[in-house]
Write a protein that binds this ligand. Structure first.
Ligand code: GRF
Length: 221
């Protein structure tokens, strides 16, 4: 795709490619999906930093493998929530990202942090919100007996997994599912949905009316 890039597209690439900071606490498979989408030309963006609260996060390794700056601000070492978020905020202020992407970031951002970035923080959650917010969403879905599960990309607000919904994808729940098999089916959809939703947000063609994210023009499907 890049070989055939027009001059206009090339200059856009050098000057105005949206800059992402990805925050991740663990495995980093959603980070990987975003990296892959960028490298494949499906998502026009640059990840300028992967920031983790854990120095042992696999996400950091994945970033470095792709030449992406990766840093940890070790929450446990800092040991104080206010001090930790002050450090994160200072780092983000230096970087001035266009969008903050939470990809398996396992902490709740404090309200003043969220308010600094209106409609500029997105998260992915492995359930069809508002069902099953919080930890172990796949286990909760299975235990509840739902027949359809899925994942949600949403803007981050002051609550837990409660912000306006940008995109969702559904998967069936089978009788013989385990937590692991259901999580794997959902995860495959996460990897498809998250880069697509990020692209829509970066295109800037949306409004938020109350709880509703109105994509304009409407999503083509
Ligand atoms: C994903 O299931 C995501 O929906 C949730 O945390 C998990 C992160 O997985 N928020 P990974 O680190 O992206 O592999």
């Amino acid at each position: 795709m890049s070989a055939g890039m027009s001059g206009e597209a090339a200059s856009r690439k050098s000057s105005k490619v949206p800059r992402l900071v990805v925050m991740a606490s663990g495995r980093g498979s959603n980070l990987q999906a975003i990296i892959d989408a960028i490298e494949a030309g499906r998502l026009t963006a640059e990840i300028v930093l992967v920031l983790s609260d854990r120095p042992d996060a696999q996400a950091l390794e994945r970033a470095r493998r792709h030449g992406i700056p990766a840093e940890a601000i070790d929450y446990r070492q800092v040991g104080d929530k206010a001090a930790y978020y002050q450090m994160v905020q200072e780092r983000l202020d230096e970087i001035q990202p266009d969008l903050i992407v939470l990809a398996g970031y396992m902490r709740i951002l404090p309200p003043d942090f969220v308010q600094r970035y209106p409609w500029r923080i997105v998260n992915i959650h492995p359930s069809l919100l508002p069902a099953f917010p919080g930890l172990n969403a796949q286990r909760k879905a299975l235990a509840y007996g739902v027949k359809v599960a899925g994942c949600t990309v949403h803007f981050v607000d002051e609550g837990m997994d409660s912000g306006p919904i940008i995109a969702q994808a559904a998967v069936p729940v089978y009788e013989d599912d385990t937590e692991e098999s259901l999580a794997a089916r959902i995860l495959a959809e996460e990897h498809r949905l998250f880069p697509e939703a990020i692209a829509q947000v970066l295109a800037g063609k949306f409004t938020v009316q109350g709880r509703r994210v109105i994509l304009n023009p409407p999503q083509e499907r």
